[in-house]
Ligand binder design. Structure first.
Ligand code: GLA
Length: 394
């Protein structure tokens, strides 16, 4: 297998960043981070060992902290966020994302808890797409379809980590080179994901990538939130707002049909905040296909190109999660496939709907749906997109 040396990667990545504009279908993200280039540990970022892969590779854990008291644990396996504490209305910090205590549990079967997803977040029908007349066949891992990057997506690889200094929070850069042909995708893809914990309880996730052949890219973050902090409780009592007047109905394999369907008058209308469980059991064909909510919403256009896409509120604790993005879509997944077989971090098991995901992304199956915004990345372009998660209370 062809490999790319880290030094070469840095050189190519820097050159491309310096020279070439953003991928045309991505809106320019907000301000670039200003960081020092020296890897370091500080009070705001602490490195420890999380576990060891079967081949002996060490998996590190970085704990990002800010002055408010928020802590985010990120491991180098899958770039996974294993723990993320947030205050309730009384100032009590508690973990609000589903995860496991040890590496073995992640290796044994992780339903993408906390993981970085790539090369393609969500599904590609029958694991096939064409670019410039050539058909590519991807690994299929969701029935006949390709899901979340295939059999060994970015959630299952070891990322190189570089901690960086920040005045009020912490920054962790993760890099990974996905080689030409990996999981069937064309082109060597150099990927960088930067997690920035700010001083005011925001976690910014900046995704960047460059390729040496035309390819498709759609990266996302797959944290499962439960703002109650009690993972034995379902999330159906959380109130959800989605800034989306339409969503993408799907077929039996959860592939979009191509229709952009107005949410108005349907259980998919979250334009005014409502409890997640309010209509999840409604007699609705789409809810039956998803076994609940497992659909991509078409976000209303933000003039700035970056804005509030979603917010969730847990009334009993007062915790609020806001999601800001420059992406055109967001997958709201209500944890339908959790089935009580996985051990929960603080005791008990993860039951159905013990967590919800808000995955910012381009639409599923875009490589096969010409009417959807393009996910194509060409050599000389830089894929660049940002999503920010903000945790507050009210
Ligand atoms: C995504 C998918 C779901 C499911 C979860 C992981 O959100 O849309 O169908 O596969 O990931 O279990």
């Amino acid at each position: 297998m062809k490999t790319v040396q880290p030094s070469l990667f840095c050189f190519v990545f820097l050159l491309t960043l310096l020279n070439l504009g953003c991928k045309e279908n991505k809106k320019e993200s907000q301000t670039d981070m200003e960081t020092e280039n020296t890897p370091m540990e500080s009070d705001h970022i602490v490195k420890s060992t999380f576990g060891e892969m079967p081949d002996g590779t060490t998996v590190d854990k970085y704990t990002l902290k800010n002055a408010m008291g928020m802590e985010v644990d990120v491991i180098t396996y899958g770039g996974i966020i294993t723990r993320w504490t947030a205050p309730d209305k009384n100032g009590k910090y508690d973990d609000v994302v589903l995860g496991f205590d040890d590496l073995k549990s992640y290796l044994d079967g992780n339903p993408y808890f906390g993981a970085l997803i790539g090369r393609y977040g969500n599904r590609i029908a029958k694991g096939k797409f064409s670019l410039d007349g050539q058909t590519y066949t991807l690994a299929t891992n969701d029935g006949e379809n390709h899901l979340h990057g295939g059999l060994k997506g970015f959630d299952k690889v070891i990322w190189a980590a570089t901690p960086k200094s920040a005045d009020e929070g912490a920054i962790l850069e993760l890099t990974y080179t996905s080689v030409d042909g990996e999981e069937g995708y064309p082109g060597n893809l150099d990927v960088k994901v930067t997690y920035t914990l700010t001083g005011d309880n925001q976690l910014e996730v900046l995704y960047e990538a460059v390729t040496d052949k035309p390819t498709v890219v759609n990266l996302t973050q797959h944290s499962y939130f439960n703002l109650s902090g009690d993972f034995t409780q379902s999330v159906l009592d959380h109130e959800l707002f989605l800034d989306a007047d339409a969503y993408l109905p799907v077929d039996g394999g959860l592939i979009p049909t191509g229709e952009l369907r107005p949410v108005s008058g349907t259980p998919f209308d979250f334009t005014t905040s409502k409890v997640m469980g309010k209509e999840i059991g409604a007699d609705d064909e789409q809810l039956k296909l998803g076994k609940g909510y497992d659909h991509c919403w078409v976000l209303n256009e933000e003039e700035s190109g970056f804005g509030l896409a979603a917010s969730a509120f847990h009334p009993a604790t007062g915790r609020v999660l806001e999601v800001y993005t420059d992406e055109p879509g967001i997958q709201f997944y209500s944890g339908n496939f959790l089935d009580g077989t996985l051990p929960a971090q603080k005791g008990g098991v993860y039951g159905q709907r013990a967590g919800f995901c808000l995955e910012t992304q381009h639409y599923p199956d875009s490589p096969n749906q010409p009417s959807f915004p393009s996910v194509r990345l060409n050599p000389g372009e830089t894929y660049k997109t940002k999503t920010t998660f903000r945790l507050t209370t009210k």
